[in-house]
Ligand binder design. Structure first.
Ligand SMILES: [Zn+2]
Length: 355
């Protein structure tokens, strides 16, 4: 297949760790990883260890930390706590959505009380995305709340058979729900854990082959791909217990192109899941004269040593994949050539949602 030009990809779910845990990743290294992976816009999650984005002051600190250091455009999310609904009006126009944590993960933002969860869902304006970390029974609870709160939700990183089936059924019954899946949940199972050790520890965890099969069988139900890029240092991942999360910005496009090559989805569907759907659902601003050029069938081997992410490892090290990134052009300027970043200066900007 000849080389192909695609829109700059959008990743709606990353953890750049800045500010608060910049030994893991920061705005510069994380956005370099993004651009090297074909993403020209990403949306950063609020659960920064040490400095969660749950107040107007924390949001301002994050904007300051990003200023002048971005290699791709970055938009931000706000984090829900049990007592910050009164700050929503102040931050609303500066963020792409609210993130609500209903299960245990990195950080301390988990909310348990049903009454509080319902209050948050009612307080965040219905026209703004509400992203929810809700696994297993918690997902059923969130879907059950939809008729009461009269708003939509976006379900993050769906990973189990029963979850994608619940979402499929909810959509069929007309409930306002969208969802994303991370490439690691489409390519790894719990059988990979002995080999991966700490590098296979993530939240949601890896499940069985039947779960992967169900995700692929319901690929039409999945609105978008999100990397859930969640880096930790090599040393941290060797500790016991290892912290949750794996990097994904530089491996997601090749993994998905490998799936295209295997006939699991079309290239058009990949563009829908990695550009059109996140752009429409999160109302991202247009990036004029921005595109990527790929060679969809070129083969290469993923090499941890060649990564831009500060963490310097990936669970996919040594895997042969399809697809190489020939070029990335951001607002008319080429910033990646033959897979390598050509500029020392970042061309990225702080992104704001469309009104
Ligand atoms: Zn996440």
């Amino acid at each position: 297949m000849p080389i192909v030009r695609l829109p700059g990809l959008i990743d709606p779910h990353v953890h750049l760790r800045d500010p608060g845990a910049t030994h893991k990743e920061d705005f510069k290294s994380g956005t370099r990883a993004a651009i090297a992976g074909g993403f020209t816009l990403l949306l950063d999650m609020p659960n920064n260890p040490g400095d969660p984005t749950t107040s107007p002051a924390a949001l301002a600190r994050k904007k300051d930390a990003a200023d002048g250091r971005l290699f791709c455009d970055v938009g931000l999310y706000y984090g829900a706590t049990s007592d910050n609904t009164d700050t929503y009006n102040e931050v609303l126009h500066g963020v792409f959505g609210l993130k609500l944590y209903l299960d245990h993960t990195t950080g301390d933002l988990k909310i348990d009380r049903l009454e509080t969860i319902r209050e948050i869902m009612l307080a965040w304006p219905p026209h703004k995305p509400l992203c929810v970390h809700a696994e297993d029974r918690t997902l059923a609870m969130v879907l059950g709340l939809l008729p009461s709160v009269g708003r939509g939700v976006h379900i993050c990183h769906v990973s189990q058979k029963v979850e994608i089936e619940l979402i499929r059924d909810a959509k069929e019954r007309g409930l306002p729900v969208t969802c994303e899946v991370a490439p690691h949940h489409l390519h790894l199972t719990e059988d990979d854990l002995p080999r991966l050790g700490g590098h296979g520890v993530m939240k949601p965890p890896l499940y069985r082959a039947r779960d992967i099969d169900a995700l692929w069988a319901n690929i039409a139900v999945i609105d978008m791909i999100a990397t859930d890029h969640a880096p930790h240092t090599l040393e941290e991942k060797m500790s016991d217990p290892a912290p949750f999360g794996v990097p994904g910005l530089e491996t997601s496009l090749p993994l998905m192109l490998t799936a295209v090559h295997a006939g699991k989805l079309t290239l058009d569907r990949l563009v829908e899941m990695m550009y059109s759907a996140p752009a429409a659902i999160f109302r991202t601003p247009e990036q004029p004269d921005t595109f990527i050029v790929i060679d969809p069938t070129a083969t290469r081997v993923i090499d941890s040593r060649a990564l831009e992410t500060k963490c310097g490892w990936t669970p996919f090290d040594g895997m042969e994949v399809r697809g190489s990134l020939v070029s990335v052009v951001l607002r008319g300027q080429e910033i990646v050539r033959n897979g390598k970043i050509t500029s020392e200066r970042g061309l990225g900007r702080a992104a704001l949602p469309l009104a």
